[in-house]
Design a protein around this ligand. Structure first.
Ligand code: JD8
Length: 391
């Protein structure tokens, strides 16, 4: 039994899920990162023809999937002692839209059971009954009609499995993707630098990482505005946020948020001494007094913060924190940008550190143009640096 994510798929067309053998998921399976099991629903239909459908009550075209086989399927797949409560995903055109945010949620689960319907759908009592003994999600792949739920289960599995920690060889590539921070991805190029009279944008050949990061972000923003204005105009998290300099009165909430956020870092970096987890309220009060500190409030709740302090020509940025339930919406990136903008005139580079195994933090900093400089004097932490571009 792999330690990572277990996925069960129930369907009357098991061969539809064969691609999972081939693709990414296949490799993840070999790495023992995930355990995928496909089950034929008909094994739980005990009549001679293994009947799984019948005519709809109230009349109408088509057939409906019978409740009994599904009930037995979930009896077999759900009631295992010790197993954490699986998440049962019914893929259905009437479900919540599948997004990268939903993919991230599901990637954090230990067990997912996909229920793939066919015909006109599954008897509603199946969903209601299983919801009494498992977390149920009804998810749609998109606003178009398919003939069954298998394709959606395949697509969702691929989007989820590739987010399972340790799966993507170089996790850094995960950052650069569409929808990761609400932006579409920028155009990409590879050799030759000239092809059929078409040139690669010179900035990409410059080796100037910060300039390349800036060009890529600009391209991503343009593309998003042109192709997905809905992503730009979507009410963003920032609409009701208040970002302002910290006051001593913020110290207590800041201390609580800091402890909450660095527990995650401790989990990611077992055995590493995480200073932020050993700071007292008085410590927080004192550095509010000695640093430039920004705090973020949403509907009065303190949900984020960042601090900066000058050391000779370095603007040392730290304690960048976002409430766990608001992660993944670009607030961290926004706060980093705001604190960079507060760098005093004499500073020539930004400097920060994070856990060597805090993949998500590292991804965000690298995307912002930072480069890992090496180990920090706290074992298990690395230093990142970025030159300050002015004007
Ligand atoms: C599950 C039966 C077919 C749907 C009558 C056509 C997802 N984005 C999506 N589009 N369609 C589905 C989907 C379709 C399904 C089933 C998912 C089970 N059908 C039905 C209702 C109209 N036929 C989906 N996810």
């Amino acid at each position: 039994m792999s330690t990572g994510l277990r996925i069960d798929v129930v369907t009357i067309f098991p061969d539809y899920l064969a691609p999972l053998e081939l693709s990414l998921a296949g490799k993840a399976r070999d790495k023992g990162l995930i355990d995928i099991r496909v089950h034929d629903l008909r094994q739980w239909a005990h009549d001679r023809h293994h009947t799984v459908d019948d005519t709809p009550y109230g009349g109408g075209a088509g057939m409906v999937m019978k409740p009994e086989p599904w009930g037995e399927a979930f009896d077999a797949l759900l009631d295992h002692e010790g197993d954490d409560r699986p998440t049962v995903v019914f893929t259905t055109p009437s479900g919540q839209p599948f997004t990268q945010a939903v993919a991230r949620e599901l990637a954090g689960k230990e067990r997912i059971v996909f229920a793939c319907g066919r015909y006109e759908g599954i008897d509603q009592r199946v969903i209601d009954e299983v919801a009494t003994r498992a977390e149920v999600r009804e998810i749609s792949l998109g606003d178009y009609v398919l003939n069954g739920g298998e394709v959606a289960a395949l697509a969702i599995t691929e989007a989820v499995v590739r987010l399972v920690p340790g799966f993507m060889g170089n996790a850094s590539s995960l950052v650069e993707e569409s929808h990761e921070d609400g932006l579409l991805e920028y155009p990409v190029f590879t050799k030759p630098s000239s092809w059929r009279g078409l040139e690669v944008p010179p900035v990409l050949l410059s080796g100037d990482h910060a300039a390349i990061a800036a060009w890529r972000r600009d391209q991503a923003v343009r593309r998003t505005a042109e192709r997905r204005p809905d992503l730009v105009s979507a009410p963003s998290l920032f609409d009701d946020l208040e970002i302002r300099p910290a006051l001593l009165a913020d110290a207590a909430e800041l201390h609580v948020l800091q402890l909450a956020c660095w527990v995650q870092v401790q989990h990611e970096n077992p055995g590493v001494h995480v200073a932020a987890l050993h700071e007292s309220l008085d410590d927080v009060r004192s550095w509010i007094g000695t640093h430039t500190v920004l705090v973020v409030r949403s509907a009065g709740r303190l949900v984020g913060a960042v601090r900066g302090i000058r050391h000779e020509d370095v603007w040392d940025i730290g304690r960048l924190m976002v409430a766990p339930d608001l992660e993944g919406r670009g607030l961290g990136r926004e706060l980093l940008g705001r604190m960079e903008a507060l760098a005093p005139a004499g500073a020539t580079s930004y400097w920060l550190f994070t856990g060597a195994r805090s993949e998500r933090n590292l991804r965000m900093y690298k995307k912002a143009g930072y480069r890992v400089m090496g180990a920090y004097d706290e074992p298990g932490a690395v230093v990142l640096q970025k030159p300050i571009r002015r004007g």
